[in-house]
Design a protein around this ligand. Sequence first.
Ligand code: FMN
Length: 195
Amino acid sequence: MDQPPIVVGISGASGAALARRCVEQLAARGRGALVVCTAAGALVWQHELGEPFKRWVAKAPCRSFSINDIAAPIASGTFPTGGMVVVPCSMDTLAAIAHGLSSNLLERAADVTIKESRPLVVVPRETPLSVIHLKNLLTLAKLGVKVVPPMPHFYARPERVDEVIEHVVGRILVALGVDAALPVEMQYREGVPLP
Ligand SMILES: Cc1cc2nc3c(=O)[nH]c(=O)nc-3n(C[C@H](O)[C@H](O)[C@H](O)COP(=O)(O)O)c2cc1C
């Protein structure tokens, strides 16, 4: 039986490449990705990846919805999904989700994911984090939301940004429950020297 699709919310924090790889990896696993991107998310996408978000999403292995399309299926709890990831998650969108706002489709889809007790993963990117940011993250963590900051895996001595992206996306897929564990080559094993 087909597994339900995953909602991928893209907001205006740095890290558009993480969202792009997440969609690619979901497609590689035969999991549909339902994408919704904020206006700031599209702006940062163009800045960081040098391609308009709209052009990418038109040919990407996913279905996408306009941020203002509050009547989209993912706005309703009756539409089955396997959960949602907000990647990258801006402090603005984080605050909105933590306070139950639903002023755009991304926020509404996150609110639905929480109320339906489905897996929700946020990938917050900001530094340094203020007390406001930390409080909002704590609010979500207490609700069972997985907080997966895009932290480099320094212990494996990554040499390229691509390696860091791959690792972070691997952790996201595990947090969502899409993958049971990280790919073997990314796992720490006792007695095996790290690369
Ligand atoms: C190039 C660029 C990078 C940004 N990086 C971040 C970031 O890492 N974290 C963050 O919280 N906001 C960041 N911002 C600011 C957000 O885009 C801004 O707060 C916006 O209102 C977020 O809106 P959204 O949550 O609807 O996407 C960045 C903005 C730009 C233009």
